[in-house]
Every structure is written in C-alpha cells, then in structure tokens.
Design a protein around this ligand. Structure first.
Ligand code: DAH
Length: 345
C-alpha cells in the first residue's frame, strides 16, 4: 500500500540526521534523486484509484515537502559546520592575543636618560623648536660672525624678528636661556627635544635629530660637581666600571668647556671599529656656564655658577643598540621599530 510506504519513509526521514556531506548526498539521491523514492511513489500514485488519489494526493505532497525541507536544513548545517572547521575554530584553544606596540628606540633612550637624572633631582623642561637668534645664539655668547649662525647650518625661517632672525633651533641649549630668563636660581633641569641642522641626509648625518640638555645653576657649583654628576650618569646608563675622560674643548656658552668620552661600550676599551681602535667614544659636550650667559639671562654671575651639558640622543642610542644608520630612526619601518620591545609601557 502506498500509504504504508509513505508512513514508513516519513519515519525514516524524521529520524535521519547527519552533517556529513557524503551521507547527506546519499539521502538526497535516495529520496529526491531522479531515480529516487519520491519519483517512484509519484509513478505509483498514477495507478491508484481516483478515490484514493483524492486523499493520497495531499499526503504525497506533504511527504515530498518534508523530504525537501529535511534535506535543505541538513545541508545548511553541513555548510556552517564546514566553514567553522575551515576557520580553524576550536574553542578549546587559547585566544590569539594581539600585538602590543613598541616604543621608538629614541623615546626609550630619552626616558632612560631622564630617569637617571631625575634621581639626582633634575626636572624636565621644554622649549620651542622655532627659535629667535637671541635664544639660540646671542644669549649663549655666540659671536656675531660665528660659523654656526651660517646659512650652512641653520634653517632660517624669517629675517629680523624682535629678538633677531627666526630659525629652527640648532641645539637644545636655547632652552637653558628660556629657563633662566623665566625663573630664579637654583636651576636643575634636563631639556630633551628635537633640533635641526641644514645637513645633507646620510647614514651619519640628518637634518633633524634629538638632544638632551642639562643645566645646573646654584651657589658654589663647581667643575667637580659636573664631573661627579656625569660620572654617575654614565655608570647608571652603561653599567658600573664604565670609564670616563674629559678633554678640553670649546663652546661659546661654557668656560672652561670639555668633551666627555666613555670607554667603548662594545670592546670595553680593547679597540674596535666603533671606537676607531682608540678604546674611547665621545658622548657629550659640557662645561661651566659662561658668566656672560648667566648675565644675559638675568642671573647674577657673582653669586651663582653652574654647569651645562648637551648630548645627542641618537648617539647614545647608537652606542646602546648599535644602530649604524641614522636614517632608520625616522623611516618608521615597523620591522626596525618592533625590535625595541620593552616592559616599560
Ligand atoms: N649645544 C651643543 C651642541 O649642539 C652641545 C653642548 C655642549 C651643550 C656643551 C652644552 C654644553 O650645554 O655645555 O653641540
């Protein structure tokens, strides 16, 4: 009997469940295929009595819809389970995590320098990158015809402002002037910032770089204080046992002036390419603030004395990380920057 067959197959369809693509295809062929059960049943239906047709017609249509609906819903389940597998979704695995950014190596080094000096009571001060002649040169005792004022070195922006030509600052020493003009001694500050010089860009020179300026002005500050402060700094930055030496030098704004070398961080003094086989590398310029500078900034040079120093952050970073090409610092190549991961966030 056709009705019995339909009842039996309906039960079979209801009970059927799979997300396996092959089993599902077997199901489709068995019931919905061109030689499948539904086709057969419809064939059989043609030969039943007219009376039976009336009742069975509806049953038959419902049966066909049931098979189709079952197939569709299993097919959808099979497809979603398949795509989940493709995406490698395994909820028992640990999360994928996300990449933390990294600090720029120059920012890391600046922070380290600031941290060391802050233990000695130095505060951080900043000044403008666009400066006038007075703050960048004149107040710092640069003679009128000094070559550093030359167009070769300085990016001039405007001629003849109230305090002289306007330019991009060539060093952070300008911030010393601003600090002393604005306050009263004692001054004990560290002044990090970007500076600009009109140089052709190469591995060893850039038109902008970074410096940290230091200034300490009080009663009875001596060269011994300068030496001790910088010695402490070097031990903290490069490790105990790093040697220092001071060589006489010249800067318009300090008298006496010196350049400070440290024993080579790479070869520890034995001689290598970095220190050009001398065992020493220069890291900063320093000296006792010239009394003219103190007076230019409104500080009584009879009562107060002080020391100052200035160093290039790129230089310090090179010695720490052995970065040989200055251009890397400003190219923003993520492959370069990512190397300097830090726990300091
Ligand atoms: N301003 C100097 C430069 O750009 C660095 C410097 C040297 C700063 C000696 C100082 C100092 O404060 O005392 O090369």
């Amino acid at each position: 009997m056709l009705q019995d067959k339909i009842t039996q197959y309906t039960a079979e369809i209801d009970a059927f469940a799979t997300t396996n693509a092959d089993e599902l295809e077997q199901f489709r062929i068995k019931f919905l295929g061109t030689k499948g059960i539904i086709k057969d049943i419809f064939e059989e239906f043609k030969s039943v009595s007219t009376e039976e047709k009336r009742t069975l017609g509806k049953v038959l249509n419902e049966f066909k819809q049931l098979a189709e609906a079952k197939y569709q819903s299993l097919k959808e389940q099979e497809e979603t389970s398949h795509s989940k597998k493709d995406a490698g979704l395994d909820l028992t695995l640990p999360g994928a995590g996300f990449e933390v950014g990294s600090r720029h190596p120059l920012a890391l080094v600046r922070r380290e320098i600031v941290d060391i000096f802050s233990k000695l009571g130095f505060v951080v001060a900043e000044g403008p990158e666009i400066e006038d002649d007075w703050h960048n040169f004149s107040a710092l005792n640069f003679p009128e015809e000094h070559p550093a004022r030359d167009m070769q070195d300085t990016f001039f922006i405007k001629k003849g402002g109230e305090k002289g030509d306007i330019a991009l600052r060539t060093h952070t020493s300008s911030v010393q002037v601003r600090m002393m003009e604005a306050g009263k001694p004692p001054f004990r500050a560290l002044m990090p910032g970007r500076v600009y010089r009109n140089e052709a860009i190469s591995a060893r020179a850039h038109c902008f770089f970074h410096q940290v300026e230091g200034l300490y002005v009080d009663e009875n500050v001596s060269f011994a204080d300068l030496k001790q402060t910088l010695f402490y700094f070097v031990q903290e930055l490069y490790g105990e046992g790093t040697k220092v030496r001071f060589r006489p030098s010249y800067f318009p704004f300090t008298e006496p002036s010196a350049e400070m070398d440290i024993s080579c961080t790479i070869c520890k003094g034995a001689g290598c390419q970095l220190c050009k086989y001398s065992g020493w590398v220069e890291i900063l310029g320093c000296g006792m603030v010239d009394p003219n500078v103190l007076e230019n900034c409104g500080v009584d040079s009879k009562k107060y004395s002080g020391f100052a120093f200035g160093m290039g952050i790129e230089r310090i970073a090179n010695l720490k990380f052995e970065i040989k090409d200055l251009r890397l610092f400003s190219e923003n190549d993520a492959r370069f920057l990512k190397q300097y991961k830090t726990s300091l966030i």
